[in-house]
Ligand binder design. Structure first.
Ligand SMILES: [Zn+2]
Length: 159
């Protein structure tokens, strides 16, 4: 284990699992930048690597490149929670631990895959792709406008 890798593992000791608040943090999701306990790492793995890339803090030393360590080092569960749970509606309740895997999986999909509770307008550190997203939205709007003006032209021709 490299010294830097050890630093991350050390940082994680002060973390609580982002999903269940367990203090037994042994895993991390590299792409989401969150620390996880053993049980919740299994839940994240079940979502697929396109949603969450789960690695052991101690075992997967190849995954812990300097870049990854730097990114993970400036994130952490408190920041991640602020981001992924920024706008949880009052009628959505985070499922309690005893609700079973299906309910928990649905919650995780809404939270990480669909990013339903993220405030995309905030200047949160996680909102790095904000500019790309707004570009996409603009192109979508333009294409909608073009197609609607085409429709209007067609209508005019008919008249
Ligand atoms: Zn957990």
């Amino acid at each position: 284990m490299s010294a830097l890798h050890g630093n991350i593992a050390h940082t994680a000791k002060d973390e609580q699992c982002i999903e269940c608040d367990s203090t037994d943090v042994e895993w991390a999701s590299l792409n989401l930048g969150v620390f996880l306990c053993e049980k919740c790492s299994g839940r994240h793995r079940a979502l697929g690597t396109h949603v969450s890339q789960v690695r052991s803090l101690w075992l997967d030393s190849k995954a812990w490149t300097p870049d990854v360590i730097q990114v993970m080092g400036c994130k952490g569960n408190q920041l991640a929670k602020q981001y992924y749970e920024a706008k949880v509606p009052t009628f959505v309740v985070k499922p309690p631990e005893d609700q079973g895997p299906m309910v928990m999986e649905k919650w995780l999909i809404l939270k990480y895959q669909r990013k339903l509770f993220v405030d995309h307008d905030s200047n949160h550190i996680y909102n790095t792709s904000k500019n790309d997203q707004s570009k996409e939205e603009k192109t979508n709007v333009t294409s909608v406008q073009t197609s609607s003006s085409k429709m209007q032209k067609k209508k005019k021709k008919k008249l």
